[in-house]
Write a protein that binds this ligand. Structure first.
Ligand code: DP6
Length: 360
């Protein structure tokens, strides 16, 4: 498939108004996307667990209009929000070719998250995928046909990617691959549900997000990805992501938790190593991030638990563990790790099935 296949060619503007609503989850990468080319094309493939409870819920109301140009307003948690406007403006500019009706309607975007806004959890994946899905439902209304589900999901993911790369992995569950590679069916243009075998060890996998730093990100992802241009280790890193993805595919089938932990933790630390060795360089981990990592390693050594961690481009820690260890690991988090979180705040989540339509 090419980008051209996503251009909407015929549609009606006889529909005066309507509204659609979607809930779309966040996701957590196991093999990380870090570095991109023009048009939001990733430098390397990535794979993520789709989350279940950390979601953005977005309603888009559309009303026909006459004048040229984009017209939209955004409400975040019921209040008008100007700060999100430039991001949506850029998003509309990027996707207009594929959705020519964007200038025929005024859009009221009402959005909220199930997780606290100031938690430091990246909301761009859930937020951008939720809007993309709403726009796809509107496209469906305006074409007055039923868009085949696989095309609907592909195009929603394709659009979400143009909003924020990782957002393309939030449409479906439980695991999604994005970025061309030899070992799985995949595309640079959109995320693809991972169809390989998944061992029962990975069913209902748990992710507890420890909120070490709820502040604004020190480095935006846009700036972050740019750090990989001319990075001294870029070539090796991109190659490593291919190797790790290929091995993870085998691990997911065999249920080898020990090797899973090694790859996932190494990916997280490599992501941060890339930031520490770029120019300019950044340290996004905080002292408490390291405290938590050390505590997890000590707990694992002492108890033979399969708990492990991964990180985003920030200080918060995602604690990953099998469902059958839920009770013991949650006790460990409550007793030993919560003190390293801001206001002892953490969020319990698990693998989910992807986005859900709330209103059409
Ligand atoms: C570290 O998807 O936020 O979370 O495409 O610029 O919006 P943009 O970047 P974004 O980058 C996420 C990077 C990451 C790793 C990952 O999710 O794979």
């Amino acid at each position: 498939m090419t980008a051209q296949d996503f251009i909407l060619k015929t549609y009606t503007t006889n529909i005066e108004s309507g509204s659609v609503k979607w809930a779309s989850p966040s996701n957590i990468a196991l093999v990380k996307y870090w570095g991109k080319k023009e048009h939001q094309i990733p430098e390397n493939p990535s794979i993520s667990f789709t989350l279940s409870d950390c979601k953005t819920i977005t309603e888009v109301t559309y009303t026909k209009k006459e004048s040229n140009g984009f017209s939209f307003e955004i409400f975040f948690e019921g209040k008008k929000n100007e700060a999100f406007k430039p991001k949506i403006q850029t998003f509309f500019e990027r996707i207009e070719t594929y959705m020519p009706f964007l200038k025929d309607y005024h859009f009221k975007i009402d959005t909220s998250n199930t997780f606290p806004h100031s938690s430091g959890i990246a909301s761009s994946a859930s937020g951008m995928s939720a809007i993309a899905l709403c726009l796809m439902s509107i496209e469906q209304e305006l074409t007055q046909t039923v868009i085949e589900k696989s095309h609907f999901n592909k195009k929603a993911s394709f659009l979400a990617r143009l909003g924020s790369g990782s957002a393309c992995r939030s449409i479906e569950g439980e695991l999604v691959v994005w970025g061309k590679n030899e070992s799985t069916e995949s595309s640079d243009l959109y995320g693809v549900k991972f169809e390989g075998d998944v061992h029962t060890n990975f069913k209902n996998y748990q992710d507890t997000i420890l909120l070490v730093d709820k502040g604004e990100k020190q480095v935006s992802s846009t700036v972050g990805h740019k750090l990989m241009f001319g990075h001294p280790f870029a070539k090796e890193r991109f190659a490593q992501a291919h190797t790790n993805l290929a091995e993870l595919k085998t691990i997911l089938a065999s249920g080898d938790l020990k090797r899973f932990i090694e790859i996932v933790e190494s990916e997280a630390l490599t992501l941060h190593a890339m930031m520490m060795t770029s120019m300019p360089y950044f340290i996004l981990m905080k002292p408490n991030t390291l405290e938590i990592i050390n505590k997890i390693w000590a707990f694992r050594a002492a108890t033979k638990s399969n708990v492990c961690f991964t990180l985003d481009a920030g200080a918060n820690v995602h604690v990953l563990y099998p469902h059958n260890e839920k009770e013991t690991v949650l006790k460990f988090i409550k007793n030993d790790l919560a003190i390293y979180c801001q206001n002892e705040h953490y969020i319990c989540d698990q693998i989910g099935l992807g986005a859900a339509l709330i209103k059409n």
